[in-house]
Design a protein around this ligand. Structure first.
Ligand SMILES: Cc1cc2nc3c(=O)[nH]c(=O)nc-3n(C[C@H](O)[C@H](O)[C@H](O)COP(=O)(O)O)c2cc1C
Length: 224
């Protein structure tokens, strides 16, 4: 692509080369951020799962905008309309960020529902220990305590907001994975299958899923 001619005005600031990443954990995580679609079946420790969920969409301030708590990911008018469900080998749980705990929603191994592939196509994340499922609650946007923004009642604006808000959570998960050596994969999911199993209210929409786990074990003697 040919560079565009700059309009008259100040010279653009020079961007120095990135310094050694060694001292900067965030730059290092950004360098490593990627989608990985292969997983080992190694479980995440309780500590790792706890940190993953907090990084994804935990409470990071008791006093956030509009009289509510603040979260690690931004949301439109601080509506916090995305719920994170966590599919593990023994059930699907809902992440309660305020109490920082998991609540069982449906027992049983339903991790396969977090993927939209047909039975003929293998699911590369089938062994992964954790599948996050992002569900929007439109009612929470409508009743957000933030500005009385008319857009919050417009279905098209609502859609834009809840997809953006999901992406911000997913980006946190990608960066947490990159920083801790986990593999992460954001993907479509079996929306109808999940909606049939999860006890959702009217106005709740299953949007996307994100598979998280350890990358596959390498045979001895091979380098990553
Ligand atoms: C909105 C969105 C939807 C995606 N859906 C899928 C999907 O259904 N299946 C899949 O394998 N990857 C999916 N991905 C992952 C992208 O293919 C991946 O992020 C892209 O190829 C760039 O690769 P990288 O994340 O390693 O930079 C999705 C990513 C986004 C942002």
């Amino acid at each position: 692509m040919r560079p565009k001619r700059s309009p008259p005005g100040p010279a653009a600031p020079r961007l120095p080369r990135l310094r050694s990443a060694a001292r900067n954990l965030l730059i290092r995580a950004l360098r490593r951020r990627q989608t990985t679609r292969a997983f080992s079946d190694r479980k995440l420790s309780a500590e790792m799962l706890s940190e993953l969920l907090w990084a994804a969409f935990g409470v990071n301030r008791t006093r956030g905008p509009f009289g509510d708590v603040g979260r690690t990911a931004a949301s439109a008018s601080n509506a916090q309309e995305i719920d994170v469900y966590v599919a593990l080998a023994d059930g699907i749980y809902q992440y309660d960020a305020r109490q920082h705990r998991l609540e069982l929603v449906v027992p049983g191994d339903l991790r396969a529902l977090a993927i939209s592939r047909g039975p003929s196509r293998a699911d590369p994340g089938v062994n992964a220990p954790v599948r996050l499922i992002y569900v929007a609650d439109v009612e929470r946007l409508v009743h957000a305590r933030g500005f009385r923004e008319p857009g919050l009642r417009d279905p098209q604006v609502q859609r834009a907001y809840y997809y953006v808000d999901t992406g911000l959570i997913a980006a946190n998960v990608y960066l947490f994975a990159a920083a801790t050596g986990l593999a992460a994969w954001f993907h479509n999911c079996n929306r109808a299958g999940l909606a049939a199993r999860l006890p959702l209210r009217e106005g709740q929409r299953v949007l996307f899923a994100q598979t998280v786990g350890y990358p596959p074990r390498r045979p001895r003697g091979t380098r990553r």
